[in-house]
Design a protein around this ligand. Structure first.
Ligand SMILES: [Zn+2]
Length: 436
């Protein structure tokens, strides 16, 4: 309890909306490497409290209230939450004990209900001692997931900051509205990988930093990287992408600053926007950020900076060719072209050759090899071929690391009828090899 004179000073409720979102990002482009980190501006407003995980005490459980619908829709979600919290904790030498309270909470079907109202609704069932409620909620823009919070506070007379008396916090995955420009669908990591993990196994997998996943299709996101990102906010980290017109939620005093005094962001971090390539680990920048947070708010019960700096960061295990596949192959009636839609993610120069088997014909057309000299990550890479739809029986693409002897072949049987194809925004060509 707070003493009486303080409570007379001020007790007020503040609605703090952390723009702590996971945003959808580019679907293609050149890989970008840089290394920056940052802490949330909103950390400065409060004195230490368990509103942020960095202040969690060693002997306390972290209480998560989870709706039954999240468990049935997303098998393994508990494991993902517990392992995500403890992946961030790992780099500080901490272990957070997570307790789940599973409740028959309602799915939100009312678009007029704000996520803050949804948090209130869930807390009424979950109880005031809950640290975090989970769910699905409607939102706007390119937001994929977000955390939001409300808290009541007293103003501390010594430093003017807020002493948090109570708080409510929610972590939500985006629920699709009919009017949304695109659909938002989710698949749990367990379902996507076809393997179930204990939270210790999943934690180990992420510590090893050797797993990446690719979006199953343009609309479907994997829950785990978004949860990992949102939990990063719960710890106290800011977004590593630009918010609005050149904005940021990073605290300029606790971030990487360039010569002009601007916050520098790292688009390769888990705390950056989500793309088609899903990192099942923390980037070096994320680890630097959480360790800076651990140094900044040191609690004597947890390992010291000297101790946690010794915890090894596994080198990223990457393959020369992480992914190469044919997304689709079809005839574009407007352009009168046959389009082969490829996906590729590489760390080495590669080359690939498209071969077309024509119907009622033994002949196989082989095109010139396409050479890509640098690491690339394309969710869609379109090759346009001057062929009629009716001609094509099967498409083969053989690919290999440049100068390697061994190549791998993938094939695809074209769809029969496909009328409208959008290629303008996402067409990615290397010089003129795309158009033949
Ligand atoms: Zn975010």
């Amino acid at each position: 309890m707070k003493n009486a004179f303080l409570s007379q000073l001020l007790l007020s409720a503040l609605l703090l909306v952390l723009c702590a979102c996971a945003k959808s990002g580019q679907n293609s482009g050149l890989l970008f490497f840089d290394g920056k980190w940052g802490h949330l501006e909103s950390l400065n407003q409060t004195n230490p409290s368990s509103i942020f995980l960095i202040h969690q005490n060693k002997d306390e459980n972290y209480d998560i209230c989870l709706p039954e619908y999240m468990i049935s829709k997303y098998p393994g979600i508990k494991t993902e939450l517990e392992a995500s919290i403890n992946l961030w904790a790992h780099y500080l030498g901490r272990k957070i004990s997570v307790e789940f309270n599973v409740q028959p909470l309602p799915e939100n079907t009312d678009k007029g209900l704000t996520s803050i109202q949804q948090i209130e609704q869930y807390y009424a069932v979950c109880g005031v001692n809950t640290d975090l409620v989970i769910g699905e909620a409607f939102t706007d823009g390119t937001t994929l997931g977000f955390t939001q919070q409300t808290y009541s506070y007293y103003v501390n007379s010594l430093n003017g900051k807020h002493d948090v008396a109570s708080f409510k916090r929610g972590l939500f995955l985006r629920k699709s509205k009919e009017e949304d420009a695109k659909k938002y669908k989710w698949i749990s990591f367990e379902k996507k990988s076809g393997k179930s993990y204990t939270s210790d196994e999943l934690l180990k997998l992420m510590i090893e930093r050797g797993t990446i996943s690719f979006k199953q299709d343009d609309d479907t996101y994997t829950t785990l990287p978004i949860i990992l990102h949102e939990i990063g906010h719960v710890w106290g980290l800011c977004d590593q992408y630009v918010i609005g017109e050149g904005g940021t939620n990073c605290d300029a005093k606790n971030a990487t600053i360039n010569e002009e005094g601007h916050v520098v962001l790292d688009f390769n971090a888990q705390m950056s926007s989500a793309g088609w390539k899903e990192k099942i680990y923390l980037a070096e920048d994320d680890i630097t950020g959480i360790r800076k947070l651990g140094e900044r708010f040191h609690n004597s019960h947890w390992p010291t900076k000297e101790e946690f700096q010794k915890i090894e960061i596994a080198p990223l295990k990457s393959k020369d060719i992480e992914l190469f596949k044919i997304n689709n192959a079809h005839y574009d009636t407007q352009e009168n072209k046959f389009i082969v839609d490829l996906a590729m993610d590489t760390n080495a120069p590669i080359e690939f050759t498209i071969k077309i088997k024509l119907k009622n014909n033994e002949r196989v057309i082989s095109y010139y090899p396409v050479k890509i000299n640098q690491p690339v990550s394309y969710g869609h890479y379109y090759m346009n071929l001057p062929l009629a739809k009716s001609e094509v029986e099967k498409v083969y693409v053989s690919y290999k690391k440049m100068d390697s002897e061994e190549s791998i072949e993938v094939d695809f049987i074209p769809e029969n009828e496909k009328e409208d194809v959008s290629t303008t925004d996402e067409t990615v060509c290397e010089n003129e090899v795309c158009s033949s």
